[in-house]
Design a protein around this ligand. Structure first.
Ligand SMILES: [Zn+2]
Length: 295
């Protein structure tokens, strides 16, 4: 717990738990993306195995140069299709996860805050479209969808290179299989880092939007969830900033940063604060909030 924090500890913990849940939710939902990558990896490995079964001598592929060229072209095309499919699948799933997480952060914070106040603060509702638009903003001038496509392009180019070596008879089946597996593992690692940074970004953004909606002027910086808190992040911990303060640090500060904003409300009454999922669901219904409406 930060020494500098001016917030009620119970309130602070509840809000930090919302962010923690967001990362857990993302890890769970991203499994479908990694499963799809694994499926494509298996397809590529099977293709290579078949090739080696029919056309290898002493463990290396022995093909005429004409056939090599044709095969390289064929496999490059296949890999490009795989790259496109993986890119689309990843963007769609990441978009859904970020949008859901954005809405969840916004509303759960509103719920915790208002359950701890004698006079609830008004806030505007977010529909799916508005949330999706808020989610689709750039970090360092780049959208997450562009980053995903760039990563896929790099992955496919690396796969082309390692498979080409096998086709020209310079790589054994176990070696090329290992290389392909490594390339795909790097791709998954990049995806994981990217999603983590984007979750941090959109959670911070949801808090800012809610702060504006509820006319809460100050937010407190929390570095508590940052497992590898660097000295920069740690030095901001517990500081409060107004929303439009030009010296306000941006979140995320670095790749895999898990820092967050907390609405700085000092007049909250923790004894009446609610947090159970059931209470939240009832609160959503009472306030006629539906996460999934499109307009
Ligand atoms: Zn950080």
């Amino acid at each position: 717990m930060s020494k500098k924090s001016k917030l009620n500890p119970k309130y602070k913990t509840l809000i930090e738990d919302i962010a923690r849940q967001g990362y857990n939710y993302s890890d769970k939902e991203m499994k479908v993306v990694y499963k799809e990558k694994k499926k494509k990896l298996d397809e590529i490995i099977l293709l290579l195995a078949l090739l080696f079964t029919t056309d290898s001598k002493e463990g290396l592929l022995k093909l005429t140069s004409i056939y090599q060229k044709r095969l390289i072209k064929d496999i490059d095309n296949k890999l490009e299709i795989i790259g496109n499919e993986l890119g689309k699948h990843e963007i769609k799933n990441v978009t859904d996860i970020l949008t859901r997480n954005y809405q969840n952060t916004y509303y759960r914070n509103a719920f915790v805050i208002n359950s701890g106040l004698k006079k609830p603060l008004k806030f505007n509702k977010l529909n799916k479209k508005v949330a999706a638009k808020e989610v689709n903003t750039a970090i360092d001038g780049k959208l997450y969808s562009d980053r995903i496509l760039k990563n896929k392009l790099e992955t496919i180019n690396k796969l082309k290179d390692v498979i080409k070596l096998a086709i020209v008879g310079k790589s054994y089946l176990d070696v090329v299989t290992n290389d392909v597996t490594k390339v795909m593992a790097t791709d998954s690692f990049k995806t994981h880092r990217l999603v983590e940074s984007e979750i941090t970004r959109i959670q911070a953004q949801a808090i800012v939007s809610l702060g504006i909606a509820m006319s809460i002027e100050m937010q407190e910086y929390s570095a508590i969830l940052d497992k590898r808190t660097c000295s920069d992040c740690g030095s901001f911990d517990g500081n409060t900033y107004t929303i439009f303060d030009s010296t306000r640090p941006s979140i995320p500060q670095h790749s895999a940063c898990r820092c967050m904003w907390i609405e700085s409300i000092t007049w909250i009454t923790p004894s009446i604060m609610l947090f159970a999922d059931e209470d939240f669901d009832n609160w959503l219904m009472d306030n006629e909030i539906d996460f999934d409406t499109e307009d």
